[in-house]
Every structure is written in structure tokens, then in C-alpha cells.
Design a protein around this ligand. Structure first.
Ligand code: CP
Ligand code: NVA
Length: 293
């Protein structure tokens, strides 16, 4: 049975620690691994992407492999071929399959039928590859993860959920502050509230994501922005965190909405390191999944 990475809860805490150690090593020596020599990884994109696509494509090449990017319209999937048949055929050709899509159920079905590892590159419910890079960024900033506090402020969405799940695995205390109607469901270990100031108080990292995600109804976008207006990360909110606190954002950002330009480009952010760390974390993830029995 292949190992998959669907919600981010799949590795053990020890495996996650080793994976992040390996990501740090690969960041220092990007061409040190040939884990994918002469092998191919399929990357299915049913939604737009800048970071995920580029970091996976480049990372696979750095591992000696070859990425095949498949947009929805390139696949017979768009003409009614089943996800089961797609999984069976791709598994005969490639070493692993990454997929970015809407429904979590579709990724679970792909993994059920694939005989190679499946990686969730973002669904409505989860964004575990992002959370891996976020943990790597925290490790770099603080030299450890256990006992750190990360405050996520905003919509209780895929990014919030993955931070809560993967953060708990790493011993990071995740607080999520969202307005009524936008709350994350309870996740073991995560502290949920409606108060951004309470969530951020004394935190080591403060995290923002967009107020309108891919797949959210554009017709209600203005209502979402109004409901989330008090959940913006600005310098005043950041001042409530620990004096050494860093600001994080998975990107793409909307400066002036969920984060101010002052924070996004300021001295306290590690956001652009975070974007780079996608590549290093995912290379370690690919090595881990392909090595697993
Ligand atoms: N953070 C992230 O996943 O970015 P993309 O949507 O550009 O891949
Ligand atoms: N929550 C956002 C994350 C983008 C990387 C979305 O799903 O669109």
C-alpha cells in the first residue's frame, strides 16, 4: 500500500520531525538528492496555482525527476472518465500523483485506487503541503516547533484546518480566531475563538489567508469581506504578539484586506521565505512518500 498525504495527519510525529529536518538539509543542498532520477510525477490542476505548481515542478526537477502538469481540460476526466480509471492508468506510468481540486472526496477516491502515493495540493477542506512549508518556516525562525504558539486570524478555511491538524502533530499550539459563521469546526489541540486580539496575545507567529478562497461564491464576496474586516493583520495587531513574533501568509495576498502592505513587506514577515519553503518541504515529502514501504 502506498503512503498518501491527503489531510497532513498521515505521518507520525517522528516522521514529520524527520521530514522537516530533511527539508532543512535539502534547502542547504538543493541538488543533494536524486530520489526521483528518471521518474515522473503527475500534477493535476483543476484550479489555478502559482506557488504550488512552480514549487512542485522545480522541486521534482531538482530531485532528478520529470513533472507532467495536467490541467483539467487536458484530461479525459473532463469528458466523464472516472477518477478510478484515471488513478489506475496514471499509476502505471508515474511515481506519484499530486492533485489540486475542489472536493476532498475526489482526492480520497483517487488515493483509494492509485497504487502510487497521492498528494493533496489543495482542496476546499485541506492544504497540507502549505502547512508543511509553514512549519519549516517556523523551524527556521525559532529553531524548534514544540511549544510554539501560532495564531491564525480570519476565515476558518482549508489553510486554517491544515495548520490545526499538522501543527498539532508537531506540538505547535494553534489558535484560530474567526467571526461567527466563518469558524473552523473543532480540531483536536486547536483553540478556537472569535477574538483576534485574544488569539494573537503573546503568540510566536500570526497568520493570515485570503477572505475569499477559490470556489467561494463570488456573489457573496463583499459580505465575506465585511464580516472579516476586523480580522486583518496590521502592525497594531502584530504588536499584541510576542516581541519576536513573525507574520505569515500562504499567499496570494490582498494587501489592504486580510493583511496590510506594511506587514506584508515589512521587517516582521517571513512570508517570502514561506513561499520558497514550499519547494524544500515538498521535496522532503516526495522523498518520504517514495521511500515508505
Ligand atoms: N499558497 C498557495 O498554495 O499558492 P498557489 O495557489 O499559488 O499555489
Ligand atoms: N484558502 C485559499 C488558499 C490559497 C492558497 C484558497 O483555497 O483559495
Amino acid at each position: 500500500m502506498p503512503r498518501h498525504f491527503i489531510t497532513g495527519a498521515e505521518p507520525s510525529p517522528d516522521e514529520l520531525r524527520a521530514l522537516l529536518d530533511r527539508a532543512l538539509a535539502l534547502k542547504q543542498a538543493p541538488f543533494a538528492s536524486n530520489a526521483l532520477a528518471r521518474r515522473t510525477v503527475a500534477l493535476i490542476f483543476q484550479k489555478p496555482s502559482t506557488r504550488t505548481r512552480v514549487s512542485f515542478e522545480v522541486g521534482i526537477v531538482e530531485l532528478g525527476g520529470h513533472p507532467v502538469v495536467l490541467r483539467t481540460e487536458d484530461l479525459q476526466l473532463s469528458r466523464g472518465e472516472t477518477i478510478r480509471d484515471t488513478a489506475l492508468v496514471l499509476s502505471r506510468h508515474v511515481a506519484a500523483i499530486g492533485i489540486r481540486t475542489g472536493p476532498d472526496e475526489l482526492v480520497r477516491e483517487l488515493a483509494e485506487h492509485a497504487t502510487v502515493p497521492v498528494i493533496n495540493m489543495l482542496t476546499v477542506g485541506h492544504h497540507p503541503c502549505q502547512a508543511l512549508a509553514d512549519l519549516l518556516t517556523l523551524r527556521e525562525a525559532f529553531g524548534r516547533l514544540e511549544g510554539l504558539t501560532l495564531a491564525y486570524v480570519g476565515d476558518g478555511n482549508n489553510v486554517a484546518r491544515s495548520l490545526a491538524i499538522v501543527g498539532a502533530l508537531a506540538g505547535v499550539k494553534v489558535r484560530v480566531a474567526s467571526p461567527p459563521g466563518f469558524a473552523l469546526e473543532p480540531v483536536a489541540g486547536a483553540h478556537l475563538s472569535t477574538d483576534p486580539a485574544e488569539a494573537v496575545a503573546g503568540a510566536d507567529a500570526v497568520y493570515a489567508d485570503v477572505w475569499v478562497s477559490m470556489g467561494d461564491d463570488e456573489a457573496t464576496a463583499d459580505e465575506r469581506r465585511a464580516a472579516l474586516a476586523a480580522y486583518r493583520i496590521d502592525d497594531d495587531l502584530l504588536d499584541l504578539a510576542a516581541s519576536h513574533a513573525i507574520a505569515l501568509h500562504c499567499l496570494p495576498a490582498h494587501a489592504g484586506e486580510e493583511i496590510t502592505a506594511e506587514v506584508l513587506y515589512g521587517a516582521r514577515q517571513r512570508i517570502w521565505d514561506q513561499a520558497e519553503n514550499r519547494r524544500h518541504a515538498q521535496k522532503a515529502l516526495l522523498e518520504f512518500l517514495l521511500r515508505a514501504p
